[in-house]
Design a protein around this ligand. Structure first.
Ligand SMILES: NC(=O)c1ccc[n+]([C@@H]2O[C@H](COP(=O)([O-])OP(=O)(O)OC[C@H]3O[C@@H](n4cnc5c(N)ncnc54)[C@H](O)[C@@H]3O)[C@@H](O)[C@H]2O)c1
Length: 428
C-alpha cells in the first residue's frame, strides 16, 4: 500500500483545521498531518489533540514553519487573503507542493509571479476552488460536454450571499475592508468567475461591471441606532442585522440552535451563550452594521463575453434571505437550471419533457461547500500520490478567474468600463 501524503498546515483556522484537516480522519491511509503553524496557541492545541501532531512540529507563526527545512509533501496555506502569496512563494522555494486558499493575491502581478514560480520549481499548486469538485457542478459540466443542450449560448449565475452571512463576513468580519483583504468579487466570487470560465469551456475575452456599497453605511442607520447592538439600541426589535438576533436567537445562525458551529465558532474559542454575549459586548461582531469600517461592495453585477460568443451575467448580492447559488444555461437545443443547495438540475431539451436530475439520489456527499471540500482533498491526494500534473484547479486555471475578478473590480470602480482581459492581464 502507498504511504499517505504528508501535510503541513499554515493557518489552522476555519479552513485549515475545520475544512481540510478532517480529511485525515476519514482517509488515514491517504493523508497525514505532520506539522502546522498558527499565531493562536489554542488552534495549535487543537492540531495536537485532534491530529496527534508532535509539539515540536507545531509552530507559532508562518515564519517559524517556513524557516524549517521542508517537513511534508504538501503545505496547505489557509491564512488570510493578503498572507497567501508571500507564504506560497517561500514554500515553493522549499520544494513543497501547495494546496492554496483563494484568493492567490488581490494583486494580479503577484498571482502571475506565483504561477511562474510554480512552473519554475515544477511543483503542483492546487487552488481551493472547491465548487469544481461538487457533484452539482460536475454533473452540470458533464451535461454540457455531452451536448445535452446543444451549443452553449448564455449563462446567468447568482450568488445569494444571505443578509446575515454578508453582515458577518463583509460588514463586521475579516473580509470587510479592501486594504486588509480583497474586493468582494475576488474574495467571495473568484469561485464563480472560475465556474463560469470552466462551464463556458473557453476564455473570457471582455467584461464590464457595476455595483457599490449601497446599504451598510452610517447614512442608512435608522433613528436611535446605537454603535453596538447591546448598548441600548432602540432599533433592535425591527433590525434583521441585530447581532443578538443573528448570533443568539436566530434558528439558522444563533448559538441556542447551532451551538459551536460556524458562524458562532468565529466569535469565541469556547462557544457558549455566555461567551457569545461577551464577544458581542466588546468584539467586532457586536457592532451596528451601519457603524462599521467596511468598504467592500454589497452588490455587484458582471457582464461577460467568452470566446465563441457565449455571453454571461453574474450577480452577487448581500440582500437575500437564504445562502445559495443558482445558475441557468441556455443552448441551441435546450436549457438547464439548478440550485447548488437543492442539488437538483432541471434539464429542458426543446420539444421534450423536462428531466429533473436529483443529485441526492446519486451521492450523499454534500457537506462542506456541497461536497467540494472533501472532493478537493481527494483530488489533491490523487495528484500528489500519482505525481500527476495540472489537476482541475491548477494555478494556471485559477489565475484566469483572478484576472476576471480583478478586471470586474476595475470596471466597477471606473464607471462600468469595458475591460479587454488580454490587455488587462498584460498590464499586470
Ligand atoms: N475555498 C473556500 O471556499 C474558502 C472559504 C472560506 C474562506 N476561504 C479563504 O481561506 C482563508 C482562511 O479563511 P478562514 O475562514 O479559515 O480564516 P481564519 O481566520 O479562521 O483562519 C486563518 C488562520 O490563520 C492564522 N494566522 C494568522 N496569521 C498567521 C501567521 N502569521 N502565521 C500562521 N498563522 C496565522 C489565524 O490565527 C487563523 O487561525 C482566507 O483567505 C479565506 O478567504 C476560502
Amino acid at each position: 500500500m502507498n504511504q499517505p501524503i504528508t501535510v503541513a498546515i499554515c493557518g489552522c483556522g476555519c479552513r485549515g483545521l475545520e475544512a481540510y484537516a478532517p480529511y485525515q480522519k476519514m482517509n488515514p491511509d491517504r493523508m497525514k498531518i505532520v506539522a502546522g503553524a498558527d499565531i493562536r496557541p489554542e488552534r495549535l492545541e487543537l492540531l495536537r489533540s485532534r491530529y496527534g501532531v508532535s509539539p515540536e512540529y507545531c509552530f507559532d507563526s508562518d515564519e517559524a514553519l517556513l524557516n524549517q527545512p521542508r517537513l511534508a509533501d504538501v503545505m496547505i496555506i489557509a491564512t488570510q487573503d493578503r498572507q497567501h502569496v508571500g507564504e506560497a512563494l517561500r514554500a515553493l522555494e522549499k520544494g513543497y507542493h501547495l494546496l492554496l486558499e483563494k484568493p492567490i493575491s488581490p494583486k494580479l502581478s503577484e498571482c502571475i509571479a506565483l504561477q511562474q514560480k510554480a512552473h519554475e520549481m515544477k511543483r503542483q499548486v492546487i487552488v481551493c476552488h472547491v465548487l469544481r469538485y461538487t457533484p452539482f457542478y460536475s454533473a452540470l459540466k458533464q451535461l454540457l460536454e455531452r451536448g445535452d443542450i446543444g451549443r452553449v449560448e448564455t449563462i446567468d449565475a447568482v450568488e445569494h450571499i444571505a443578509y446575515w452571512h454578508y453582515a458577518h463576513s463583509y460588514v463586521r468580519g475579516n473580509w470587510r475592508r479592501l486594504e486588509e483583504s480583497s474586493p468582494l468579487i475576488l474574495a467571495k466570487n473568484c469561485h464563480d468567475m472560475d465556474m463560469l470560465r470552466w462551464l463556458a469551456g473557453t476564455e473570457c475575452q471582455r467584461l464590464s461591471s457595476f455595483g457599490s456599497l449601497d446599504w451598510f453605511k452610517a447614512e442608512n442607520a435608522p433613528e436611535g441606532a446605537a454603535d453596538r447592538c447591546l448598548d441600548g439600541c432602540l432599533c433592535k426589535e425591527k433590525c434583521p442585522y441585530d447581532a443578538e438576533r443573528i448570533y443568539i436567537t436566530n434558528p439558522r445562525t444563533g448559538v441556542r440552535y447551532i451551538g459551536g458551529n460556524w458562524p458562532c465558532s468565529v466569535l469565541t474559542n469556547q462557544v457558549s451563550e455566555e461567551n457569545i454575549y461577551n464577544a458581542l459586548k466588546t468584539g467586532p461582531y457586536g457592532r451596528c452594521v451601519y457603524h462599521c469600517d467596511n468598504d467592500v461592495a454589497d452588490h455587484q453585477t458582471v457582464n461577460m463575453e467568452f470566446a465563441g460568443g457565449i455571453t454571461a451575467t453574474f450577480t452577487t448580492t448581500a440582500f437575500t434571505d437564504a445562502c445559495h447559488r443558482t445558475i441557468k444555461i441556455t443552448g441551441t437545443m435546450g436549457e438547464v437550471e439548478g440550485d447548488l443547495e437543492e442539488n437538483k438540475l432541471s434539464l429542458r431539451r426543446f420539444g421534450e419533457t423536462e428531466q429533473i436530475i436529483d443529485l441526492g439520489t446519486i451521492t450523499s456527499e454534500f457537506a462542506g461547500h456541497g461536497g467540494g471540500d472533501m472532493g478537493l482533498m481527494d483530488a489533491l491526494c490523487g495528484l500528489i500520490a500519482t505525481q500527476s500534473e495540472g489537476g482541475l484547479t491548477s494555478v494556471d486555471a485559477s489565475v484566469e478567474s483572478h484576472v476576471m475578478a480583478l478586471a470586474a473590480e476595475y470596471s466597477r470602480t471606473h464607471g462600468g468600463k469595458v475591460i479587454e482581459l488580454d490587455a488587462f492581464a498584460k498590464q499586470a
